[in-house]
Ligand binder design. Structure first.
Ligand code: ADP
Length: 499
């Protein structure tokens, strides 16, 4: 079959990202949005746009049945879930297919097996895949937990089997803490994921997070597109990623790639997916999990391989065989992505909200910005605080780092605290530059007081006040709560919308 119209069940930068490829493939798109996002660029970019409901995700982006209904009503033939929201929800994927639509992603069965960390560990067991040492089943009994932890050796990590997004993890340093931490972990897992199962894993104190991008078609062909180094994290979540990893040898790269393909085979995987590994000081690697969707950091892989991963996802969903084999894929140059979050690095990376008073993107050779906002827009409190992603490409890692510093300096954001300053700090830090870092980079090296402040808070506040005054003078009237106004008479806004 050939896909002609996709409903994108997402928002912001990833929604736009998918639409751009769709456009290049002459495929029509339907945007969905919540009331908080009605002015978002993704709504304007799509051929049609539908409001799902109020801002909270549970009343908008997570309404599985409504999304399917909208897709059917507007005669879409497929749904792309993006990342987050319903993207890893097997029952949504199943419902989409039962409704006669194409789900642009893997099978519901693969998602079911791999969506659960314990089930994933079991699934790969007979495929000779090294997993992080730990329990095979959910831990309910304290005596068993103690015995296992002793065997693994402290510190250990308690993880929620249904966990995700860096949530549901507790580090236990000594046996005395195990009981209290376990009961906390169980109740947290129950309240956050509706599933109280937790298990124990060896806790690596200075690991790297390195992941392999895979692609598989519906005919059993599988390839990997090399690795992404994602060790610069806060709260167990990535902030800076790069492709390739400067520590992997060709031999190690191949071993990890081959192992990733075994993981994919273990769940009959097709579409784009990411096999995540923890890598220790000796470069021994252990399977963590497989993310059954497009990853936030997918652009760095696109830059070094020349493949458009969204395009590949669409072709695979259409039932087409992969147009290349492993030997056709090569690494060209180096790519780095920094995530621009509305967060305050000087205050433990706490999310910030507010209005993008200034928002000027960097330009020039080797610079790509995937974002979902325009100057004057508010960053809503309801969703992940990602403003956008800044991606650079150059021939070597050293050149890519210099290009990233240049691009960060060009990027002008005022009105909202953001992670750009931290990312520049990282780019300039010797540990990052020589590739000698691990997931504890922020704890070990980050000194917030050393952030090069382009604007102090006072200057920021002054700028904000100034911008309001200028606005008032220009319009000869008090500024409206939101200067980013809906273009009411534009034909763009007369698009097909359901309430
Ligand atoms: P999630 O599904 O919540 O993203 P992951 O299992 O992918 O959880 O782990 C997220 C991050 O947490 C990893 O990138 C790593 O930094 C850290 N982490 C996970 N497991 C371990 C471990 N066993 N030892 C040390 N760090 C870990």
């Amino acid at each position: 079959m050939s896909i002609k119209k996709i409903l994108i069940a997402n928002r912001g930068e990833i929604s736009l990202r998918i639409m751009r490829t769709a456009k290049e493939m002459s495929i029509k798109t339907i945007a969905v949005y919540s009331e908080a996002d009605r002015l978002s660029p993704h709504v304007q970019y799509a051929d049609e746009a539908v409001c799902l409901g109020p801002a909270p995700s549970a009343q908008s982006y997570l309404l599985a049945d409504k999304l399917i209904e909208v897709a059917k009503n507007l005669k879409a033939d497929s749904i792309h879930p993006g990342y987050g929201f319903l993207s890893e929800n097997a029952s949504f994927a199943r419902k989409v297919r039962e409704a006669g639509l194409v789900f642009i992603g893997p099978s519901a069965e693969s998602m079911e097996t791999m969506g659960d960390k314990l089930a994933a560990r079991t699934a790969v067991a007979q495929y000779d895949v090294p997993v992080v040492p730990g329990t095979k089943e959910a831990i309910t009994d304290l005596a068993i937990a103690k015995a296992t932890a002793r065997k693994i050796g402290y510190p250990v990590l308690i993880k929620a089997s249904a966990g995700g997004g860096g949530k549901g993890m507790r580090i236990v340093e000594t046996e005395e803490d195990l009981e209290a931490q376990m009961s906390r972990a169980v109740s947290e897992a129950e309240s956050a994921f509706g599933d109280s199962r937790v298990f124990l894993e060896k806790y690596f104190t200075a690991p790297r997070h390195i992941e392999i991008q895979i692609l598989g078609d519906q005919h059993g062909n599988l390839v990997h597109l090399f690795e992404r180094e994602c060790s610069i994290q806060r709260r167990h979540q990535k902030v800076i990623e790069e492709a390739f990893s400067s520590v992997l040898t060709e031999e190690k790269r191949k071993a990890m790639g081959d192992t990733a393909l075994k993981v994919a085979k273990a769940c009959n995987y097709y579409s784009a997916g990411t096999v995540e590994f923890i890598v220790d000081e000796n470069l021994d690697f252990y399977f963590l999990e497989i993310n059954t969707r497009l990853q936030v950091e997918h652009p760095v892989t696109e830059m070094i391989t020349g493949k458009d991963l969204v395009r590949e996802q669409i072709l695979i969903a259409e039932g087409k065989p992969l147009g290349f084999v492993q030997e056709d894929l090569h690494i060209h140059g180096h790519s780095i992505e920094v995530r621009v979050y509305a967060e305050n690095p000087k205050n433990g990376f706490l999310p910030d909200t507010g209005r993008l008073l200034t928002y000027k993107r960097p330009q020039g050779p080797g610079v790509r910005v995937d974002d979902g906002f325009e100057e004057g827009m508010d960053i809503p409190i309801y969703y992940d605080p990602l403003i956008g992603k800044l991606i650079v490409y150059d021939q070597t890692r050293a050149a890519a780092i210099e290009r990233m510093i240049r691009a960060i300096e060009e990027f002008q954001i005022t009105g909202v605290e953001n992670t750009l300053g931290f990312c520049k700090f990282a780019m300039k830090h010797p540990a990052f530059r020589n590739g000698n870092f691990h997931t504890g980079f922020i704890d070990k090296h980050f000194e917030p007081e050393k952030l090069e402040d382009d604007f102090s808070q006072v200057e920021n506040d002054l700028l904000a006040a100034l911008s309001v005054m200028i606005h008032e003078r220009k319009n000869n009237q008090p500024s409206t709560p939101n200067p980013f106004k809906e273009p009411t008479n534009s034909t763009k806004w007369k698009k097909n919308r359901l309430k």
